[in-house]
Design a binder for this molecule. Structure first.
Ligand code: 2BA
Length: 109
């Protein structure tokens, strides 16, 4: 068995879990925050048999889209009398950041 940990944009999360459910995959959504942008994203956990892994990855790939976001970098330490005009920079986020882990044991009590 595998555990798919997929970090996705919040706007893609609802569609992704709906399509996973429609295809009989069980999943859990956790509201998370990206360490770089400090914005909300969603982490979807999917436990699946290895035979279905590629299908699960395909569903994630099809339903999570890359976006660009503007980020204002932190100002550098300025000398007295200097001023700093922050210029937002573009970063590309997602579609999905996916980790596939081996499940040693899975139980339901
Ligand atoms: P964030 O950490 O908020 O990162 C958002 C996007 O900012 C990243 O998109 C990447 O394009 C950019 N970014 C991140 N760190 C950067 C840095 N030090 N310098 C310049 N740009 C940087 P993605 O790579 O698509 O990642 C989307 C979200 O997935 C991340 O949100 C984070 O929550 C998660 N993530 C990505 N890689 C991860 C990893 N190796 N371990 C754990 N979580 C990860």
């Amino acid at each position: 068995m595998k555990l798919v940990v997929s970090i996705v944009h919040s706007d893609d999360a609802e569609t992704l879990i709906r399509i996973l459910e429609q295809n009989q995959y069980r999943c859990t959504m956790i509201s998370t925050t990206g360490g770089f942008l400090r914005e909300g994203n969603a982490t979807i956990l999917i436990g699946t048999e290895e035979a279905q892994l590629e299908e699960v990855l395909g569903i994630i790939k099809e339903n999570c889209h890359a976006r660009t976001q503007l980020v204002s970098p932190l100002p550098p330490v300025a000398e007295a009398g200097e001023f700093y005009i922050p210029r937002p920079v573009e970063v590309q986020v997602g579609g999905a950041t996916v980790f596939v882990l081996d499940v040693v044991r899975s139980e339901k009590f």
